[in-house]
Design a binder for this molecule. Structure first.
Ligand SMILES: C[S@@+](CC[C@H](N)C(=O)[O-])C[C@H]1O[C@@H](n2cnc3c(N)ncnc32)[C@H](O)[C@@H]1O
Length: 298
């Protein structure tokens, strides 16, 4: 008798690459969405299964897989899993952002918070000022901070370091190029466009003096080991990111932010986000321009 040795394929392959609807059993859905939640913090409830399926179905064809069960194993074990997870996060979140978004909060940063930090560090000549845009998407948020730092002359008072991080390699590569179309400038004054950008076809490119002020890197906010390597921050800006997370991931992240902030450090969240029911580690501070969170002095 001839024994045929057949290597068990880890994933069965598709004979077609169409995007036709693919069934996802409830158990398989929960296993896959919990895995994605563990990885990224991004959570889809049972009621959101339909959106989850519709956003990810095309990936099965692209990766030549037959089912979401196969996709789960791909995300878990394949050597290209990190690349694919980055795409999954892109598909499950929006990268919506633009220059000078939620401007009152940024005014609060430059007109109220930074002067307080300056007074607190007045015993040091030219102290450091570290600002972290966590979940920076395509870069408009950290570049706005750099532009405002120039406009307010903050870069003369401090050794300013602005960190821009995101889980998506795609958006980070756009940040690195620094080229933006109209949608990014929906609330930007002509003054800033002329002063800090140069024409690039029908788009605008950020000038090097602004670009060089930010350090761009890939960080998954659920990855504590990498976050631990960052320096201590004066200000963390994490806007419109927590909205995608489940409660457990929000708690984990906010505790990490607490550890990463220096004594008296500031945490700026998006207007739709708050720490109610998440933590009482921070105190809420009413400034003239906005409400923000602050780490209490020990
Ligand atoms: C809506 S954008 C917010 C951009 C910017 N902060 C703003 O408010 O304009 C949300 C960003 O969070 C990023 N994100 C989601 N989960 C993340 C995670 N676990 N780690 C790092 N970034 C994450 C997404 O890739 C996306 O670029």
């Amino acid at each position: 008798m001839r024994i045929r040795k057949i290597a068990e394929p880890m994933y069965s392959t598709l004979t077609h690459t169409s995007n036709t609807a693919v069934d996802l059993e409830d158990d398989d859905f929960r296993r896959l969405r919990d895995f994605i939640k563990e990885y990224s913090g991004i959570f889809f409830s049972d009621e959101q299964k339909y959106i989850f399926v519709s956003r990810l179905t095309s990936r099965l064809g692209i990766r030549k897989l037959n089912s979401f069960k196969d996709y789960y194993f791909f995300l878990k074990y394949d050597k290209e899993r990190e690349d694919e997870l980055s795409i999954v996060v892109d598909l499950l979140t929006t990268n919506e952002t633009y220059f000078f978004r939620e401007i009152l909060q940024l005014k609060a940063l430059f007109e109220e918070i930074i002067p307080i930090i300056k007074a607190e560090k007045s015993y040091i000549s030219r102290p450091s000022l570290r600002i972290w845009s966590a979940g920076s998407s395509t870069g408009e948020e950290p570049y706005t901070v750099s532009i405002m730092a120039k406009e307010y002359g903050i870069d003369k008072d401090f050794n300013i370091e602005i960190y821009a991080t995101d889980i998506s390699q795609r958006v980070l590569s756009i940040s690195r190029k620094g080229i933006y179309g109209n949608a990014s400038f929906r609330v930007t004054d002509e003054y800033y466009k002329k002063k800090y950008f140069e024409p690039y076809g029908d788009k605008l490119k950020i000038k090097d003096e602004i670009k060089n002020m930010i350090k761009i890197s890939h960080i998954n906010l659920m990855d504590s080991t990498v976050i631990n390597l960052l320096s201590s921050m004066d200000v963390i800006i994490c806007r419109n990111v927590l909205i995608y997370f489940d409660l457990e991931s929000k708690k984990k992240l906010i505790e990490k932010f607490y550890d990463k902030l220096g004594s008296n450090g500031w945490l700026l969240l998006g207007h739709a986000e708050s720490l109610i029911n998440i933590t009482s580690l921070f105190k809420l501070v009413q400034l003239k321009n906005d409400l923000v969170y602050r780490k209490p002095q020990k």
